[in-house]
Design a protein around this ligand. Structure first.
Ligand code: SDX
Length: 425
């Protein structure tokens, strides 16, 4: 028996169904609201609005819980391979040995991009931001597969998962003027990416297992996060029947913003700025609190988490371990820890529930691995790819999906007549 609630508007009372999710989240289904009352709801930035039901990822912002298909992120971060997580998010269950072997082989087999795509990389300016290169080359991928709409979606999923890591590594090599390094079929997803990023033709290259495990962890922690800005964008674009490649390219664009995935680059730039100003982190805490300054503590705060982002907890611990294993002493880690310590005891941050988010410590790890700051958001995109694909798939396979088309409340001029030029003042 579906629970209902009553809404009375201008003398009309209607019943609205209450939807209860598997984790007891509750929502009012307003599907009949406009037809029955002539009213719509208004919720700028959708802070209180659910766009869909989803089986993929569960977040409890108050308790700091994050689970992919029911599995706690802390367990997956410790034990899983990234290819397992990609399979889990997209297919709903962890793969058995044969399924994982077949999935990994397909990812390996489809890692190359069409040789003609290399011409794109020659056309970008040397200082092109890798996110601009990634968004445009992923969009261009669709032009090499004209039958994308007719082909089995699984083939396109494999292609995009396999080729985006190659596009990312190629964009990096191009930006430093080094020759492109091609994928090797006997390497894992993580090791192939590391080798394409850091190998040079003239030298033998062996993947450092410490770096490989750090990349594994970083990709898994970024793999999905329910209806965030970029994932909602991928769903929105896909709902118009646009193909998977262009939907993902749109998601890459949304992720680039400094309030979203672009924050990881801004965090390191902020920590570097503090380091240059004699580590005066307290000055920056005060700037972040000031009503007149636009400065924000990058890597802090979250629309959903009103407690610690569980990914930030894992990353804080992993960053310290990685630096220790690599014998790196990065002063920016100490600054980050001090900032966190002061902020978590400051009324301004406490009353606004501002805690470190996924971007606060991730950059310390990327830096230690040797990934340049302008590639940090590309790393976020690589991790988020299976999540975007899983949500695109879920949206496409939902028989109730219609093109996403929000309403508005018009507040502009009421009807007025055209004024010919000679009558205008
Ligand atoms: C990601 O949605 C997701 O799930 C995203 C993500 C994912 O995995 O996909 O988790 C990844 O994008 C993490 C967020 C990365 N962005 C940053 O670190 C940028 C800095 N943080 C913010 O700008 C902000 O906290 C957001 C964008 C993350 C959340 O913004 P909201 O929910 O719109 O909150 P808000 O801007 O309305 O802020 C509420 C109050 C305001 O103060 P008052 O007007 O009440 O006085 O908190 C203040 C804000 O000024 N505030 C901050 C702050 N974040 C919020 N003040 C200082 N520093 C900050 N970082």
């Amino acid at each position: 028996m579906t629970k209902k609630t009553k809404l009375t508007l201008e003398g009309t009372t209607i019943d609205l169904p209450i939807i209860v999710g598997s984790e007891e989240e509750k929502a009012i289904d307003i599907g009949s609201l406009r037809k029955e009352t002539g009213h719509i709801t208004l919720d700028p930035s959708y802070a209180n609005t659910g766009s869909c039901k989803s089986d993929i990822t569960f977040i409890d912002g108050e308790k700091g819980i994050l689970r992919y298909r029911g599995y706690p992120i802390e367990e997956l971060a410790k034990k899983a391979r990234f290819s397992e997580i990609a399979y889990l998010l997209i297919n709903g269950e962890l793969p058995n040995n044969n399924e994982l072997a077949d999935f990994s082989n397909q990812l390996t087999y489809h890692s190359l991009i069409h040789e003609d795509m290399k011409k794109f990389f020659d056309s970008y300016p040397m200082n092109a931001h890798p996110m601009g290169v990634l968004a445009s080359t992923v969009a261009a991928l669709s032009t090499f597969y004209p039958d994308v709409q007719q082909e089995p979606s699984n083939l396109n999923i494999i292609r995009i998962l396999a080729k985006v890591k190659t596009l990312a590594a190629f964009s990096y090599k191009k930006s430093i003027g080094q020759p492109l390094i091609y994928p090797m079929n006997d390497l894992s997803y993580e090791d192939n990416f590391i080798r394409m990023m850091f190998a040079v033709p003239a030298e033998e290259f062996t993947v450092n297992p410490v770096v490989s495990d750090a990349i594994r962890l970083l990709l898994i922690l970024h793999a999905d996060h329910e209806q965030n800005c970029s994932t909602s964008t991928v769903r929105m674009v896909g709902s118009s029947n646009a193909n998977l490649y262009i939907s993902i390219a749109a998601g890459i664009g949304a992720l680039w913003g400094s309030l979203h995935g672009g924050a990881n680059q801004r965090v390191i730039e902020m920590l570097g700025m503090i380091h240059k100003s004699d580590n005066d982190y307290k000055k920056y805490i005060e700037k972040a609190k000031s009503k007149t300054s636009k400065f924000r503590l990058m890597g802090f705060g979250h629309r959903v988490y009103k407690n610690f982002d569980p990914r930030a907890k894992v990353l804080k611990e992993s960053a310290a371990k990685l630096l220790d294993k690599l014998g790196i002493d990065d002063p920016l880690l100490d600054i980050a820890r001090n900032l966190e310590e002061v902020a978590l005891n400051d009324e301004f941050f406490i009353e606004r529930n501002l805690y470190p988010n996924v971007d606060f410590y991730s950059g310390i790890m990327y830096r230690a691995i040797g990934i340049p700051t302008n590639m940090f958001t590309v790393m976020f995109a690589l991790g988020r790819l299976p999540g975007w694909i899983a949500h695109w798939n879920e949206m496409k396979s939902d028989s109730k999906t219609r093109i996403y088309r929000p309403r508005q409340v018009y507040t502009g001029h009421t009807k007025r007549s055209f004024v010919p030029m000679d009558k205008r003042s």
